[in-house]
Structures are given as C-alpha cells and as structure tokens.
Design a protein around this ligand. Structure first.
Ligand SMILES: C[S@@+](CC[C@H](N)C(=O)[O-])C[C@H]1O[C@@H](n2cnc3c(N)ncnc32)[C@H](O)[C@@H]1O
Length: 325
C-alpha cells in the first residue's frame, strides 16, 4: 500500500510515452525505444526491469529487446479493455496533482482539482480540448467493457426510444442500438463532447438512428422517451445537484418511462470495494460521491421516483432502475 503509487506512476508514464504501442507485437531494444520516446536509455531500462518483475514486460533472453506480456498488452491503445485511457486520464488531467493534494479535500470537502484547474472539472474540460479528448477517450475505453455488460443485464427489447443523458461520445448508446435495431437513440451532452460524438456515431453507421443533441442536464432534458440512461453521472455530483438532474428527468418522463442509473452501488459496509476507492476519486476530482442502495432510494424519493429494481452486471456498475412514484 505504501509504494502503490510508484507502480501507478510508472504505468502512467509508459502510457504517456506510448511505449506499449511502439513495442506492439515485436520486442524492441531499449536503445530504440528510448530514442523513439525521447528518454535516457539506462533509466528506461531500470523502469523496464521493475515492470518486468511486475509481469508487464518480458526481456528477450538473448538480447536487450523487451516485449509485452499478456498483461502488458492491456497498455496498448487499440486492445479491447485497454487501460491506456485510464492511465492517461489519471496520470495527466491533473488527477495526479489532485490526489497529491487530497488533504485539501479532506479539510474542505471540496474537489482539490479545482485549485489546479481554476474551474470545476467539466467546465475546465469544455475549455481545454486536448484534456477533454483524453478524458472522453478514457470513458469510451471503459465503456467498451461496461456497455456490453449493461446491455446483457437489462432487457431493452420493449423500448423504442432511448436517451443517454451525459452519454459521452456514444459508446454505451451504440451498444444498445446495435443489440436492438428497432430502437432510436439520442445522446444528450455538452457541446464540446457532442462535437466528438457526432463523427463517432456517423463512423459506426448509426447517424440515421441516433440524434446527438447539445444541452445542459441542469436546464432541461428531451421529453417523452421510453428509457432515460444516466451512466456514471450522479456520482459526479453532490445530492443537491443530483436532485436537480433527477427532477429534470422526472419532468421529461412519461408515466411509463424508465430511468436507468448505471453506477457502482456501495455495499454499505466497510469491506474493501472498488466503489470506495472510486468514491475518493470523486471527492478530489469532481466533488461527487458513490452511493449505497439506501442513498439512491432516498434521492429517487425526493425527485418523485422510486427504485423498482437493481440489476448487477459483470462489471462494477449495476443498473438501478427508477420509475415515477
Ligand atoms: C463521467 S462522464 C460519463 C460519460 C458516459 N455517460 C459514460 O458512462 O461513459 C460524465 C459526463 O457528463 C457530461 N456532463 C457534465 N456536465 C453536463 C451537463 N451540465 N449537461 C450535460 N452533460 C454533462 C460530461 O461531459 C461527461 O461526458
């Protein structure tokens, strides 16, 4: 536990330097890799030695060439389930500085990242396209595993219209649309994200079946859809802001509409759980929080809804289905 961040940092810098992609399927010499990413070869070799001990890299027995192990392949950008996006987002995007300044968040209850960003997380991203691309890429990469899990866990077959509110660049809705050809989709997002989502949706051949709409979920949300999705949205916000989003969705819903809140539900005890780790990231980065089933039920009640069921997926998030009360 004491030295854990040293390991994370080595992996983050591997990603930032693009080393796994440069190695690809063919082991390369340290000299060649150092040259291609502008580093000092003897120092790079020392990091490789550590990463080899951790099972990420493997040295060729006869030469100074290094290749990727099966685990190391997960650092390549193009592999399904790649951790490249998460490493870039958390090694960059000021997440690194925010964690370094955790004490500020513990003292104030506010996201320490704002000190470095000079603004709230999503406002900062809207004004910094390169950082936004890293963040959006990390969400899309995570969704390549998460979206199939959601589509398997929840039966969308009766729906004809689905809107993904704060739907990022469209990975989740595209999985729903591909699995259910009769559904028409909508992505509702901030303008700097829809600008990335539109060409992605078009490149998947879904432009005719998916509207990409600019908007602000604190203002108003497209009305009268069968299913509303909020995937990893409520955990970005405190209870008051979450309530505003939920009330806006409640206003947009028909009596028979459903809202799917896709979030990691905390077990409510103090056992080790991925959600408790992520909860701390929400504290330092966005001022949000992960929640228990009881906390989601309380929020739903305040917004005029109720939790009708919670469906686990094979990934950390569950599908929490809300219906008008
Ligand atoms: C943690 S990401 C989740 C993205 C996606 N739903 C997923 O699960 O991969 C949160 C998203 O909320 C969007 N967002 C933040 N504030 C918003 C607002 N006021 N209106 C609409 N979308 C917003 C962000 O642009 C970002 O894409």
């Amino acid at each position: 536990m004491v030295y854990g961040f040293w390991v994370s940092r080595c992996l983050q810098i591997m990603a930032e330097l693009g080393i796994a992609d440069t190695i690809g399927d063919v082991p390369k010499s340290v000299e060649e890799l150092a040259k291609s990413c502008g580093t000092h070869a003897p120092s790079l070799r020392r990091m490789f030695r550590l990463l080899s001990g951790l099972g990420v890299l493997r040295k060729d027995e006869q030469s100074d060439c290094w290749g990727l192990t099966e685990l190391g392949q997960m650092l390549r950008q193009d592999n399904p389930g790649s951790v490249y996006g998460s490493l870039r987002a958390h090694g960059h995007l000021l997440s690194w500085q925010a964690w370094g300044d955790l004490k500020t968040s513990l003292q104030t209850g506010l996201p320490s990242v704002e000190k470095f960003m000079g603004d709230s997380f999503f406002n900062y991203l809207s004004a910094h396209p390169e950082d936004a691309a890293i963040f959006n890429g990390s969400m899309a990469a995570y969704q390549t595993l998460n979206a199939p899990a959601v589509v398997n866990a929840y039966d969308f077959s009766q729906a004809r219209t689905v809107v993904d509110v704060g739907g990022g660049t469209g990975t989740l809705i595209s999985h729903v649309l591909k699995a259910h050809p009769a559904i028409h989709g909508t992505i509702f997002e901030m303008p700097h994200v829809t600008a990335e989502a539109r060409p992605r949706i078009a490149s998947m051949g879904l432009a005719e079946r998916c509207d990409v709409v600019d908007g602000d979920f604190f203002a108003s949300i497209p009305k009268g859809k069968d299913i509303y999705i909020l995937s990893q949205i409520l955990h970005d916000w405190d209870d008051e802001k979450s309530l505003r989003i939920l009330e806006n969705i409640r206003d947009a819903m028909r009596p028979d509409s459903r809202l799917l809140v896709v979030e990691t539900v905390l077990p409510g005890d103090n056992a080790m759980h991925f959600g408790n780790l992520y909860d701390m990231a929400m504290l330092v980065l966005v001022g949000g929080q992960e929640r228990t089933e009881a906390e989601y039920s309380a929020l739903a009640r305040r917004a005029g809804m109720k939790v009708s069921r919670i469906l686990p997926t094979v990934m950390p998030p569950s599908v929490v289905e809300l219906v008008p009360a």
